[in-house]
Design a protein around this ligand. Sequence first.
Ligand SMILES: Cc1cc2nc3c(=O)[nH]c(=O)nc-3n(C[C@H](O)[C@H](O)[C@H](O)COP(=O)(O)OP(=O)(O)OC[C@H]3O[C@@H](n4cnc5c(N)ncnc54)[C@H](O)[C@@H]3O)c2cc1C
Length: 480
Amino acid sequence: MVSKKAKNTPSIKLGKPEKVEAWGMNTFSLSPVLRPESEEEIKEIFEWANATGTKIALRGGGCSYGDAATNKEGIVLDLTEFNQILDFNEKTGVMTVQSGARIKDLWELGIENGFWPPVVSGTMMPTLGGALSMNIHGKNNFQVGTIGEHIKEFTFLTAAGKILTCSPKTNSDLFYSAISGFGMLGCFLTVQIKMKKIYSGKMKVDPVYVRNFDELFDYFEANYKTSDYLVGWIDAFASGKSLGRGQIHKATNLKEGEDPEFPGNCLLERQHLPSHLFWVIPKKWMWILMRPFSFSLGMRLVNFAKCIASILVNHKSYYQGHAEYAFLLDYVPNWKYIYKPGSMIQYQVFIPKETAKEAMKELFTICQEKGIVNYLSVFKKHKPDPFLLTHAVDGFSMAMDFPVTKSNKEKLWELCYAMDEIVLKAKGRFYFAKDSTLRKRVMESYFPKANLKKFLSLKKKYDPKGILQTDLYNRVFLQD
Ligand SMILES: Cc1cc2nc3c(=O)[nH]c(=O)nc-3n(C[C@H](O)[C@H](O)[C@H](O)COP(=O)(O)OP(=O)(O)OC[C@H]3O[C@@H](n4cnc5c(N)ncnc54)[C@H](O)[C@@H]3O)c2cc1C
């Protein structure tokens, strides 16, 4: 298909529509996909879209769980081939990359020089553009904030076609709104990020068993000041006095001079995730072995077994490589396939510290009452940040993975709507990177009105023809 060519407008050749899937496999679009490799190509595509009224969804690694990077009514701009590392200052740790470079590229280059990305997600596959658009957080959010707080500068192509340099001081309005702006204002081109200095290839990890929500919250409050990273895994099947039981992993960086193996243990070959389980079973087969447990009773057993294992290793500290600790979810490649032939959604909520515990108890209880219990639950601590559409609060988050099947889908969406009310009552927030079920009314209720108004006016200013959209934007901002 060749586009209508407007006067003086580049013509873009579109191939056949491709299946562009949400990471959780719960939705997809059939869209022509363009894969630019240079700024000039991206600029040309934006010019053409403005001239022809074509709607574009920007897409990075496609790691958003729902429809944040799919586009049923337009084309998809896949930026993963716009991925060069342009500069790395080995003294300061400042790295300049094209926005399609992945977190994997950053840490693999940085670590042998004693630098680690300041903020990473549970997978290393997101691109910097995708990570900034959602303003991702890590297990260290309570210490260092979101990724946006470590960006020195970026160049940005607004949807209207203008390239601007943004930093906290230059074009600061756009700096604080493009980061968190979920790809709706324009496209990140080059990004300058300050990496974090490390003095060992390993961190000290303390595994801690907690018997319920009270112990979970108490531990986080008592330990966050002395931790670099904290993450909790919760057994969502436990009830009564055990509601909220699980395991916390507290990690601390080693200080300068503390590790005699440094810098040898920063070599890439000592950081890569092992390819085999127990040196025998290839990790790529693990999802097949896990699949027989992928039903409610099976997952109840798996969660219970993990609890027993947590009790056995309680407070038995060990040293673990950065990649192994950070990217636990990459440990089992394609683990999401355990949900096939169905799919999955993640429901992640961010709740202020004053109301979080009670609200989370209510969330887990309602899941059990409705008979749809989440298979995996992850708990983190957060702090507020200065970005316009931030998801973070001074409080805690819970990420809950649910299986989606033909028979449970309607009931699951109803459950999410009921959970939305609990979260709204607790003055909590949601996260576009994980979302599949949010509705406009709920979004309008939790975003501060002033932020929303400002975002909508910036959308008009930087994207006057409305060329940038995604299925998520259409669902949450346009549909009533
Ligand atoms: C297993 C797993 C674990 C995860 N763990 C975490 C976690 O711990 N913390 C966390 O915060 N998130 C986490 N995530 C979510 C993930 O970090 C975000 O969804 C992130 O945005 C994905 O980046 P991506 O490159 O894949 O972007 P995509 O998912 O492809 O797109 C995300 C958004 O970015 C926009 N976009 C993409 N590229 C650009 C660009 N160059 N310029 C402007 N906009 C662009 C898209 O339009 C879309 O709105 C996890 C995801 C998975 C699958």
